[in-house]
Design a protein around this ligand. Structure first.
Ligand SMILES: C[C@@](CO)(OP(=O)(O)O)[C@H](O)COP(=O)(O)OP(=O)(O)OC[C@H]1O[C@@H](n2ccc(N)nc2=O)[C@H](O)[C@@H]1O
Ligand SMILES: Nc1ncnc2c1ncn2[C@@H]1O[C@H](COP(=O)(O)OP(=O)(O)O)[C@@H](O)[C@H]1O
Length: 279
């Protein structure tokens, strides 16, 4: 049995700078991993079946991104073996924290090893983007500045930071937010090496806040905290976060969360937790 983490990510900013002919949006974003993860275990099977095991079935098995990733890799590589996948979810779904994409990436990395395929990272990333625009960065394995639809990646080293993440009670469809008529799609492109992250913004934030007042209220609450360096929504929401330079400041903030609001603190990582075995 091989047990591996699938970490959450934050988009420290997310600028929409244009749109492709197929409707996908051109982005500029910074991805950062968190030490807050789902857990996946993999056990080889004697037959070619791919089977998912979860304590509570959140979505139909064949739609789960782990199963879709395993089937796609099996099909593209011609692997004859199957696998039992055991998934423990911790990352909120539809929260803009990339949990489904991270589960898919961990599945591709694990099966490349277990099935003895020997694919290079680049090949896995190209396969990954067919499952979702967010999948490649989890295979890339480093904090990154991303362009294109999120798949053109350049590594960056970010200063150490802790994050208070608030989890509104709504799940948000990424496709619906990108389809909004109100979305600003013409933010002026920036040159990342010289761009201070705190000056960035998330173009999806105002669209989400209008449709989901709970997200707007959570952001307002974070903005009144002391010692924050950034307060923003991640991806297409619903989660919002505040960045702190020290763990002490993040812990002081988490203690102030009003009853009934769900949140957690996590440390920002510059490397995917599987990175040591991936490089
Ligand atoms: C917004 C972001 C920011 O990191 O994260 P999430 O909020 O989903 O975590 C990503 O771009 C989401 O990536 P991912 O969740 O993998 O999206 P996909 O499954 O590829 O796309 C879902 C839908 O969103 C739209 N989409 C996605 C990415 C993109 N660059 N432009 C788009 O227009 C498309 O309509 C697509 O059909
Ligand atoms: N393993 C998975 N974990 C979470 N969501 C999944 C998974 N497989 C498929 N999905 C689908 O993908 C959608 C987006 O998932 P998720 O990655 O959690 O959110 P986001 O794209 O907002 O970061 C979910 O609403 C769900 O329908």
């Amino acid at each position: 049995m091989l047990t591996l983490p699938a970490p959450a990510k934050l988009n420290l900013f997310l600028h929409v700078i244009g749109r492709r002919h197929d409707g996908y949006h051109l982005l500029q974003t910074v991805f950062r991993f968190l030490d807050f993860s789902d857990e996946l275990s993999f056990e080889l099977r004697k037959d070619s079946v791919i089977k998912l095991h979860m304590s509570t079935a959140i979505i139909p098995e064949e739609e789960n991104l782990c199963v879709r990733a395993a089937k796609l890799l099996q099909q593209e590589s011609g692997a004859a073996q199957g696998v039992d996948i055991f998934l423990k979810k911790q990352i909120p779904m539809g929260g803009g924290l990339g949990g489904g994409s991270s589960d898919a990436a961990t599945t591709l990395l694990a099966l490349n090893q277990l099935w003895g395929l020997g694919w290079e990272k680049n090949g896995l990333m190209k396969l990954g983007v067919k499952l979702g625009a967010d999948v490649p960065v989890f295979i890339f394995g480093r904090s990154a500045f991303a362009e294109g639809i999120g798949e053109k990646l350049a590594p960056i080293e970010l200063p150490s930071a802790w994050y208070l993440v608030l989890v509104p009670s709504v799940q948000i469809s990424t496709a619906k937010i990108f389809a909004s008529k109100e979305l600003t799609r013409n933010t002026i492109p920036i040159k990342i090496p010289h761009f201070p992250i705190w000056q960035g913004h998330n173009d999806l934030e105002s669209v989400v806040c209008r449709a989901y007042p709970e997200v707007a209220n959570y952001l307002e609450w974070l903005k009144q905290l002391d010692n924050t360096t950034i307060v923003r929504m991640s991806g297409s929401g619903s989660c919002v976060f505040a960045e702190f330079a020290t763990e002490i400041a993040a812990k002081a903030a988490v203690e102030q969360i009003p009853a009934g609001i769900n949140g957690f603190i996590a440390q920002g990582l510059n490397r995917h937790p599987m990175c040591i075995s991936m490089d």
